[in-house]
Ligand binder design. Structure first.
Ligand SMILES: Cc1ncc(COP(=O)(O)O)c(C=O)c1O
Ligand SMILES: [Zn+2]
Length: 412
């Protein structure tokens, strides 16, 4: 393992490699500090290619050891990166569009990545109970991975989540706790509980390790592009952890010489009904003012984003932006992606595609620019979002009835 300590992102104070997440001196967030001095780029690439068919192929860049990794039962990763020519055509852009379909993970969202890393670290630290504060997808991932690994789980979510996400959590048999309040209230409760219970809260006291799992999306993207970088990424933002850690993944590989070139332009995507980071971006502010969420994109409904300031920094330093789209645009985004790529995404993916569309319509995507859009969750988790535009041709079981229903349509 190439990691042995944590470091404050603000004041660089070093901390032991334990279940701590904020700096006692300045309250800044802690992150994993690596010693990559032993890494040779050619050898690192060879080790990756000879590795597993999932995120553990990148184990040299993650904060968990081989033994704990061996105890993880669901390995996420190596999800498809597909060219989206049809989508580019519909958007009228000459950019080279790619879609990273990260719904193709064990519980159908990118959260399986962060959970696998956090639970591996929890096992190393001797925890027997795994917990989290979730907007839905993390709940699915924690409940499934904990059960598969023989660990207990307590999953805290806002009680008014989509029914599909609740069902897809409860099915794994952990303890599902619906809190009467929004995600920010759930998160506060879990922060309090983390002081009292001997539990690994993956996104509270294990947050420094958890976040590292998202770097694997950057590594995979570069590897799948033939060890090359995209020019731009479009990525949804809730707490800002995914967005900033994809950035960290690219930066690490550039510094270590595994890939050449510049960090891509980072375009962030939020729902207008919960857009603290997009609002701060628009107003030129360095920190976010908390908002009360009201959007169909419940998985992105974090009003007080922990990594908001770092997401702003990443967008600005790469010449990108953080954009917000309304609920109708989100619904259209879901349809547009489905019709052009055959990928049915949940509301978070609708947000990403709607922002991609906005950038294309504003003429911000240049011809030949290689753009990767991150689709982070599956449409079957939020089917109600598009129920208003749902249509079916109902007929009698007779050819006449069929001909009548389709008279004058298409090839008939
Ligand atoms: C599907 C999906 N995409 C993106 C995100 C954003 O994650 P982050 O909190 O790391 O910004 C979430 C968060 O729950 C999510 O569920
Ligand atoms: Zn500090």
């Amino acid at each position: 393992m190439n990691a042995e300590s944590l470091r404050c992102k603000e004041c660089a104070t070093e901390y032991d490699f334990g279940a701590v997440f904020y700096c006692e001196r300045c309250f800044g967030p802690l992150e994993v500090a690596y010693d990559f001095s032993g890494i040779d780029p050619g050898e690192a690439r060879r080790r990756i290619q000879a590795g597993s068919q999932g995120i553990w192929r990148y184990r040299d860049f993650l904060p968990c050891g081989d033994e704990a990794i061996g105890r993880i039962r669901l390995e996420p990763g190596l999800t498809p990166l597909v060219r989206a020519e049809g989508l580019a055509e519909r958007l009228g852009t000459g950019a080279e569009l790619w879609v990273k379909n990260d719904a193709a993970n064990p519980t159908h969202s990118f959260k399986d990545r962060v959970v696998a890393v956090a639970i591996a670290r929890a096992i190393e630290l001797g925890y027997e109970t795994i917990a989290c504060a979730s907007t839905g997808n993390l709940a699915n991932a924690v409940a499934a991975q904990a059960s598969a690994c023989g660990l207990e789980s307590y999953v805290f979510v806002p009680a008014d989540l989509e029914r599909e996400k609740l069902l897809a959590t409860d099915i794994y048999g952990g303890n599902l706790v619906g809190v009467r309040g929004n995600y920010d209230a759930v998160n506060r409760l879990c922060t309090e509980l983390s002081q009292e219970k001997p539990w690994a809260f993956v996104n509270v006291n294990l947050r420094p390790y958890y976040s590292e799992g998202s770097k694997t999306l950057a590594y995979e993207t570069a590897e799948q592009l033939g060890w090359e970088l995209p020019d731009r990424v479009v990525c949804p933002v809730a707490s800002g952890s995914l967005f900033t850690r994809i950035g960290r993944g690219f930066s690490e590989w550039i510094e270590l010489g595994l890939v050449e070139g510049e960090v891509p332009v980072f375009s962030g995507a939020q729902a207008l009904g919960c857009s603290p980071v997009a609002t701060a971006f628009e107003h030129g502010e360095e920190t976010c003012t908390p908002q009360k969420p009201e959007t169909i994109a419940k998985s992105l409904a974090i009003g007080n984003p922990a990594d908001g300031a770092y997401a702003l920094e990443r967008a600005r330093s790469t010449g990108g932006s953080i954009e917000a789209v309304n609920d109708d645009e989100i619904r259209e985004g879901i349809r547009l992606l489905a019709e052009t790529t055959g990928i049915f995404t949940e509301t978070a993916g609708g947000v990403t595609v709607a922002v991609l569309r906005k950038l294309a319509e504003r003429g911000e995507l240049t011809d030949g620019e290689r753009v990767v859009a991150y689709i982070t969750g599956d449409g079957l988790k939020t089917p109600e979002a598009n129920s208003d535009s749902f249509s079916i041709h109902e007929i009698d079981p007779a050819t006449d009835s069929f001909e009548e229903a389709f008279a004058g349509v298409g090839a008939l």
